[in-house]
Write a protein that binds this ligand. Structure first.
Ligand SMILES: Nc1ncnc2c1ncn2[C@@H]1O[C@H](COP(=O)(O)OP(=O)(O)O)[C@@H](O)[C@H]1O
Ligand SMILES: [Mg+2]
Length: 390
């Protein structure tokens, strides 16, 4: 466990980057620090491995003040991953990953074997091991960065915007990969990002920080979405918080209606489409036993009639959820919570016309995540010429 006790960092120029921060990052879990650029995330992270020393307060690693541990020893137990991987450009991938084992005095063969094992672990082809960093894509380089941080099997992993510089599709796969790795490895991870969606996806606990280095709220993702502590957090979570938090509500309470005649099924009872004069139109499915209300809404928005098709494990239709049935659950949920009801998820157009349209294009206007502006994390992040272990 990593414990911050009243930690403050005041830089020489008087900037208070972190102000009286108190929190715990539990062992074996992912704790995310999220907040706008300049709110002190990087500073907080670097105080853990003493790349920066706190002005006031203490940081404890499993109960021991990090200032009592000499930095090289401390960093041996702490992997560190930064934006743009920070790989050594003149070293082959395998040697980049083997850096720390090598420093720890492992013989070359063992260090390389460990590196190869880790490359596979993070989903990289063994063939890439002999290449140089510039020969890899951004996403591949980030994977190498993660592999390198894991090389000495440190119990703690610090990750500073590790996926912020790669495109959204690659970012998603890197996030999935990290969650998969974490379910195997159960490291104590402190993950920094300015992207609230990333924070909610990855964090067991999310610490929202505001500029001035103050903790605004620390909570699990579901609590954060349903009970934001104040206006700052609410605003930071974004306007579509209501929609997003539906991901945490199971769809099992949605009232199902009998399968209507205009839903075409195949011989085994799987859906084919909504029958209209113009032919079959697109449909969306959800599994009430397994999926969230958000999935049910997405399914409804795929169909021109706003009706979601409920299916079982074998994709056989078990009923349908009409718009009214979905609104009912939304309403009940809003009533149980003080939080305001989510804004209407239905596309504007669906309100105005009842004529089914051939193109399912309106689904594309369904409320998607409100992409936070890709704020620049600041020059401090990029200009660090340091290696992974200072
Ligand atoms: N070495 C430094 N000297 C002075 N001010 C700094 C230094 N590093 C960061 N800061 C300032 O401290 C604040 C927090 O920075 P940082 O921890 O990098 O924020 P974040 O990672 O959340 O973007 C910012 O106002 C930043 O300008
Ligand atoms: Mg930063």
């Amino acid at each position: 466990m990593i414990t911050f006790e009243g930690v403050t960092k005041r830089y020489d120029d008087g900037t208070v980057a972190v102000d009286d921060l108190t929190l715990e990052a539990p062992t074996g879990a992912i704790t995310v620090f999220v907040g706008p650029s300049g709110c002190g995330k990087t500073t907080s992270l670097r105080m853990i491995n003493r790349m920066i020393d706190a002005t006031d307060g203490r940081i404890l690693l499993d109960g021991q003040d990090v200032r009592e541990i000499d930095p090289p020893t401390l960093r041996r137990g702490i992997g560190y991953v930064i934006q743009q991987a920070g790989l050594f450009p003149h070293r082959k991938i395998v040697d980049n990953v083997a850096t720390v084992p090598h420093l720890l005095g492992w013989d070359r063969k063992r260090a390389r074997a460990r590196a190869m094992e880790l490359l596979e672990r993070v989903g990289l082809d063994a063939e890439l091991a002999r290449r140089y960093p510039f020969q890899l894509s951004g996403g591949q380089q980030q994977r190498v960065g993660v592999a390198r941080a894991l090389a000495a099997d440190p119990p703690v992993l610090l990750m500073d915007e590790p996926f912020s510089a790669v495109d959204p599709v690659v970012r998603t796969s890197l996030q999935d990969e990290l969650l998969r790795l974490q379910s195997d490895l159960q490291k104590t991870i402190v993950f920094v990002t300015h992207d609230i969606d990333e924070a909610i996806k990855l964090g067991d606990t999310v610490a929202v920080m505001r500029v001035g280095g103050r903790l605004a709220q620390m909570a699990g993702p579901a609590t954060l979405l349903t009970e934001p502590a104040d206006d700052f957090v609410r605003e930071f979570l974004g306007r579509d918080r209501g929609i997003r938090r539906l991901s945490f509500i199971p769809a099992k309470d949605v009232r199902l209606a009998a399968v209507p005649a205009d839903l075409a099924l195949d011989a085994s009872g799987r859906p084919l489409g909504w029958r209209t004069e113009g032919g079959l139109l697109p449909y969306g499915t959800f599994n009430p036993e397994r999926d969230s209300l958000r999935a049910a809404l997405d399914a409804a928005l795929l169909a021109v009639n706003g009706t979601a098709v409920a299916v079982d494990e074998d994709d056989r239709v078990i009923g349908v959820a009409t718009r009214e049935a979905l609104d009912e659950v939304l309403g009940q949920y809003a009533a149980r919570h003080t939080a305001p009801a989510p804004e209407s998820p239905w596309p504007e157009e669906a309100h105005r016309t009842s004529t089914p349209r051939a193109a399912p294009g309106s689904a594309g206007e369904a409320p998607g995540p409100d992409e936070p502006a890709p704020t620049d994390p600041g020059p401090g992040d990029r200009s660090d010429g340091e290696g992974p272990h200072g």
